[in-house]
Design a protein around this ligand. Structure first.
Ligand code: ATP
Length: 353
């Protein structure tokens, strides 16, 4: 992908299909996804609940629920195909060490019976090979790096002595202590209040730069994405329907589902215009999805949308969207006014930069 292609590709997902067996039926949660991750960049995966964001990242870490399996495809990482891994022993070479994850609820990742200092230090010893005083010093440095003050005192405290935002900082410190190449953040700020959310996002951005981390940021909140991501992948019903640089998707989105997501941003709500709202529900993933999965909810749907899955149309070297509206034969559609104004304003600001 042009400019991005010159960057080093850290992980490459190819034609991935993931299924779950449930009560004698099969649900297809990921439907033939391909996606590349570039070194030092932050990729945000956005989409509504149930679109497959968590399943996708869990498959990269070997954390799929027991009834789930990779039906087809590859997850290429450092000359390995993670999709072929079958044993926990295989995954232990990757999980934490190469690819680490920060989730929504920090308490699930912390041991309530151990001081937070010890928990971070264990990772420093195991993954960085440090011992004694140098491991201790490195732990204090990590605590400072994630914005915790009074580190000698805090080292000796237990998780319950910290606020939700502080606990999330500690989980991030543990993740970084393992020196991972890729950090996956699965809705890391959803449970926090707005000011703390902003601080954690800022912290993640700073750490990404400082450690040259490659990050995947999962969220259903497109507003969060603009602040942290270099690239955005939009997911709908187990498929990626649009991918591009943040400003390309945000200010020049091409898929009607992307438009719907952007239209639901509070910034557009204040314009007092008739908003383009998404009616209906996503398709039943137990059944085969025909055509563009969004078609039944899409006011701009064409006949072909109900029949054939759209290919990825190229918008720019870095921007691709799966919508028949990009076919040269498709009719021109008029965007809702509020959305049009949002796009124009965004592009104007981007040009001024
Ligand atoms: N263990 C499981 N068994 C059966 N179906 C599952 C299982 N885990 C996930 N799914 C299904 O896979 C689909 C994708 O779920 P996933 O959790 O990845 O969505 P998501 O986009 O992360 O949503 P959210 O934002 O709510 O976390 C959903 O239809 C979900 O019901």
């Amino acid at each position: 992908m042009g400019e991005l292609q010159t960057k080093e590709r850290v992980l490459s997902i190819q034609n991935l299909i993931i299924k779950f067996k449930l009560r004698g039926q099969v649900l297809t949660a990921i439907r033939d996804i391909s996606l590349d991750l570039y070194k030092g960049k932050c990729l945000a995966i956005v989409g509504e609940s149930g679109s497959g964001k968590s399943v996708l990242v869990k498959s990269i870490m070997g954390l799929l629920d027991k009834n789930g399996y990779i039906d087809q495809g590859q997850i290429l990482y450092q000359n390995m195909d993670l999709a072929q891994f079958t044993t926990e022993k295989d995954w232990l070479k990757i999980r934490g060490k190469e690819i680490a994850m920060v989730t929504q609820d920090p308490m699930t990742s912390l041991n309530p019976l151990k001081t937070i200092g010890k928990q971070i230090e264990e990772c420093v010893v195991l993954h960085q090979g440090l011992k004694g005083k140098s491991a201790y010093e490195e732990t204090l440095k990590l605590l400072r790096d994630v914005g915790i003050h009074d580190v000698e005192k805090r080292y000796k405290q237990y998780p319950h002595e910290f606020s939700g935002g502080m606990r999330q900082r500690i989980v991030i410190a543990i993740a970084i202590a393992c020196n991972p190449k890729i950090l996956i953040c699965d809705e890391p700020t959803t449970a926090l209040d707005v000011t703390i959310q902003a601080q954690i996002l800022q912290l993640l951005t700073n750490l990404q730069k400082k450690y040259g981390l490659t990050t995947i940021f999962i969220t259903h909140d497109l507003g969060v994405v603009a602040k942290v991501a270099d690239c955005i992948a939009v997911m709908y019903a187990g498929d990626i329907i649009e991918v591009g640089k943040t400003e390309e998707v945000f200010f020049d989105g091409k898929h009607p589902y992307t438009w719907a997501l952007i239209s639901s941003l509070p910034q557009l709500g204040t314009k007092g215009d008739q908003l383009y709202s998404i009616k209906g529900t996503p398709p039943n993933l137990f059944k085969e999805v025909k055509g563009d999965a969004f078609a039944p909810r899409n006011q701009f749907a064409l006949e072909i949308d109900f029949v054939e899955r759209p290919p990825f149309f190229k918008v720019s070297e870095t921007h691709y969207a799966r919508t028949w509206l990009l076919d040269p034969r498709a009719p021109k559609v008029e965007l809702p006014k509020a959305l049009q104004a949002f796009f124009e304003e965004g592009r104007r600001l981007a040009n001024e930069k």
